[in-house]
Design a protein around this ligand. Structure first.
Ligand SMILES: N[C@@H](CCC(=O)N[C@@H](CS)C(=O)NCC(=O)O)C(=O)O
Length: 214
């Protein structure tokens, strides 16, 4: 059976929803980042980079969200991960995932993990402040990408659920998410999906931080 190592509300939410949407036979294994469980030897044996998500399959372990999501897409041929069947739509979804993982996610690291960018503690507030400023521009870009449907293709994909995850993180750092009404509406469409509801329940992360109120 597959095992997905996740932390509640972390970017592992994205493959968690993809597995649930695919109807996969998998075991969700909780690794609570706030309690430092990802730094313990047991978890470092699974992912030496000390990050979630990690997906353990029969052949070995897959880390890195984009690799995991493309594996889920190929293995299950189901919606909710990376669309298959139209090479352009597949590429557009991966394009968004690449930007999210390499840029927007890293902006949150500037805010939450400033020590990763400098060991001089006195400049950490500057790094965090810079992160907050560039995040506004990135969030505006996400808002501009959202239409009436989904971000890539005619069904929700990992691009949508990654954006859902960022929205919640925006609330966590106190951003006024009322500035992004189209994105909030995208969240509502996602939260109406039974697979998304099930994962919110499994991870026990509640619905309120997905709502726009500041
Ligand atoms: N490049 C990795 C990054 C994963 C990542 O940073 N995950 C976060 C949770 S959202 C994490 O495990 N953070 C632990 C830490 O920063 O110590 C990926 O895309 O999978």
């Amino acid at each position: 059976m597959l095992k997905l190592f996740y932390s509640p509300g972390a970017c592992s939410l994205v493959p968690h929803i993809a597995l649930e949407q695919a109807g996969a036979d998998y075991e969700p294994v909780r690794v609570v980042l706030l309690q430092g469980e990802h730094l313990k030897p047991e978890y470092l044996a699974i992912n030496p980079h000390a990050r979630v998500p990690a997906l353990v399959i029969d052949q070995g372990t897959i880390t890195e969200n984009i690799a995991i999501l493309n594996y889920i897409a190929d293995r299950f041929s189901a919606a909710g991960s990376v669309p298959r069947g139209d090479a352009y739509v597949t590429a557009k979804c991966n394009e968004l995932l690449g930007w999210f993982a390499s840029t927007v996610h890293i902006t949150f690291a500037l805010i939450w993990r400033a020590s990763r960018f400098s060991d001089e503690e006195n400049i950490h507030p500057l790094i965090q402040d810079y992160g907050r400023r560039i995040l506004v521009a990135q969030f505006e870009e996400i808002e501009g990408l959202v239409g009436d449907g989904w971000l890539a293709g005619d069904h929700f994909s990992a691009a949508d659920t990654y954006a859902l995850t960022f929205f919640r993180w925006g609330r966590r750092i106190g951003m006024d998410m009322r500035d992004y009404p189209k994105w909030a509406a995208l969240n509502q469409r996602l939260l109406a999906e039974p697979s998304v509801q099930r994962v919110v329940d499994i991870e026990e992360i509640g619905f309120e931080l997905f709502q726009p109120a500041a």
